[in-house]
Ligand binder design. Sequence first.
Ligand code: SF4
Length: 402
Amino acid sequence: MTLAGDPGGAEGAGLVSAERLARGPAAGVSGVSGEIRSKIKGIRAGHKRTWQWQMQNAVTTLEQLEEILELTPEERSGAERALAEGFSMRMTPYYIGLASKTDASCPIRRQAVPVSAEANEVPGDLTDPLGEVHHEVAPHLVQRYPDRCLLLATDRCAVYCRFCTRSRMVGEGGGAVSMAALAPAFAYLRAHPEVRDVIVSGGDPLAMGTDRIVRLVAELRSIDSLDTIRLATRVPVTLPQRITPELVRALRPHHPLWIMTHFNHPRELTPEAQVALRRLADGGFPVMNQTVLLRGINDNSGTLETLFRGLVRARVRPYYLLQMDPVRGTSHMRTPLATGLRIAGELQGRLTGIALPKFIVDTPGGKGKVPLVAENIVRRGEGVTTLRTFRGEEVDYLDPPA
Ligand code: SF4
């Protein structure tokens, strides 16, 4: 996407900063990450490397992390704990290269670097908050709704996000699940034509090799009853180099394929990410985004407005704003429900409908998603409901006569 009047450098190559992407051609703001980039030149060089290089050179040890960031005592002990007993640590040079070297409150850093608070457990914390183990209908296949299934194809990701709902299994070391091990899942889908939609997740399916992804998608596409195949992936955020022309060409014959991605902060909408999103959109993939509300990272309407506007400009539909699941050891990253309701209300009046995601709670225990809009319903009476508009006005909505 080249914008009129772009300066040189990355923007001159047709790539724009997240804020600029969000504000549009007239805004004329400079890139957001110049300060960060100058501090981490060594890691920054990794931006130009291939996705395979990024995967092979992922940061997985405390020593590597100490070379890149000035860690706080909480981060150092969090990393030690994660490596010894907790949810593994892993980040691509590209993604951690977006982080501030010195500021532990940096939104990139907080999503990727473990902290000691991960040892805390609070009432309501769950290892498997969506009850996926309980809802497994075949090995690696979860069914929580009559028409949809979730296929867990790998335990590997480019980055292990500290808020991950599947921290119970991600990064265990198994890698891509073999096609033979997935055979019972394919058999279940063939035997249950009421399932119309499969979400391929993990782990991150696009962290697998291209041949492996294509074999999996081709097998799913051969099941006539499936209308929709969705690839749930965070690589446009954490490893955008993975979205190569070769990958797009290999997947295109299997359309319709939907991409469900996961941008949480405008700083993630880098020039590299924009190239990846452009390739996907040009390749005919509808791209939808699910943002998780994260305390101190994106829990204000200004940050989210910038993110959602930027996504729409990159031809990505903001689909869900998710209340964070109560994953064990993540209470320091969760917001109260009231925060999300307030933010959703503030965004309602500011954003066009295509930039406005639904605010969703995925209820604990795998009982399903609930869209939260209750604050807009002031009262309900016989044949009349009073709604609150984004301007705060109360308006009666009359039901038709019975
Ligand atoms: S990419 Fe997805 S599955 Fe992997 S750690 Fe992040 S949130 Fe979890």
